[in-house]
Design a binder for this molecule. Structure first.
Ligand SMILES: Nc1ncnc2c1ncn2[C@@H]1O[C@H](COP(=O)(O)OP(=O)(O)OP(=O)(O)O)[C@@H](O)[C@H]1O
Ligand SMILES: [Mg+2]
Length: 273
């Protein structure tokens, strides 16, 4: 634990100097002059709290079980507002560090703030899992929206009034190519222009498993690196932190599955301000 904490502190120092680099090659998509797409026109899906609880999704109702995610939300939104950022990727060095769990909890925590409009996209196109955790397999997959076969409004589902989930029913055959295609950036720009979310979260695949993230991360403003305590190795944290910092702004490292931190979800957060 001490070694891990020292590594996180070192990474924080290193990143302080780089945080703030603007998102590459993207015009701001924010002029909120056009009428936003009508969020209430999207089909609503009602999450089942008991099922979510089994999948460690604790941020839906607030209260003490949501506290760690609410803290992560507050720090994330403060930093993103400061920098006028709207797009955040959630990734990790290896598999099963808790990306999908953290991403959905963070989205739910953000959406309990009623003035925020939040979208969560499943971009782990090799092993999509957001639908399993949320408890709904969509008829169409978001990768079909990215390659232009399906309209976003025919794919996305709404949770409450201000959270949209874009999930996948199936894996994609060419994830790496699709994620780095210029058309993918254009589809996301169009979604942002039309639906005007305040925050777009992207649940990504593990960094060390493929090059999927490399081609995509130029489309986001910043990223969280989720690491699993006692499982993710220090060299892997180091390599991924450096690579991530070359591709986007590293907002922070989330130390997940930590037995010695918060007893409720075993999680702590290391951020930069
Ligand atoms: N804080 C935690 N404490 C204990 N278990 C956790 C914690 N966070 C997530 N898990 C569990 O770890 C497993 C993997 O979580 P999750 O699917 O969110 O990881 P992932 O990084 O998205 O995995 P993948 O790389 O396969 O996409 C799940 O069974 C999840 O419930
Ligand atoms: Mg996942």
């Amino acid at each position: 634990m001490e070694k891990l904490e020292a590594a996180l502190a070192k990474a924080r120092e290193m990143r302080k100097s780089t945080l703030g680099t603007p998102r590459v090659d993207r015009e701001p998509v924010s002029p909120k002059v056009m009428a936003a797409g009508d969020w209430l026109s999207l089909p609503e899906f009602k999450l089942t709290p008991a099922r979510l609880q089994r999948n460690r999704i604790t941020a839906i109702l607030g209260g003490k079980d949501a506290t760690p995610y609410d803290m992560l939300r507050s720090r994330t939104i403060r930093l993103m507002r400061e920098k006028e950022w709207s797009r955040l990727a959630v990734t990790s060095p290896g598999p099963a560090c808790g990306k999908t769990t953290v991403a959905l909890n963070l989205a739910l925590s953000l959406s309990r703030q009623k003035d925020l409009r939040v979208m969560l996209f499943d971009l782990d196109l090799r092993r999509p899992a957001l639908h399993k955790v949320a408890g709904l397999t969509p008829k169409h997959s978001f990768h079909e929206v990215l390659d232009g076969r399906i309209a976003f409004e025919d794919q996305a589902v709404r949770i409450g009034e201000n959270l949209i989930l874009a999930m996948n029913a199936t894996a994609c055959r060419n994830p790496s190519e699709l994620l780095q295609a210029s058309g993918t950036g254009e589809v996301l720009d169009e979604i942002e222009r039309r639906w005007q979310p305040d925050v777009m979260l992207f649940d990504m695949s593990p960094m060390l498993a493929s090059d999927d993230n490399v081609g995509f991360l130029g489309n986001v403003d910043c990223a969280l690196l989720i690491v699993a305590a006692e499982r993710t190795t220090l060299p892997n944290i180091d390599v991924c932190e450096k690579e991530l910092a070359q591709l986007t702004n590293v907002l922070g490292i989330v130390l997940n599955k930590c037995r010695y931190a918060d007893k409720l979800v075993g999680y702590s957060y290391d951020s930069y301000s």
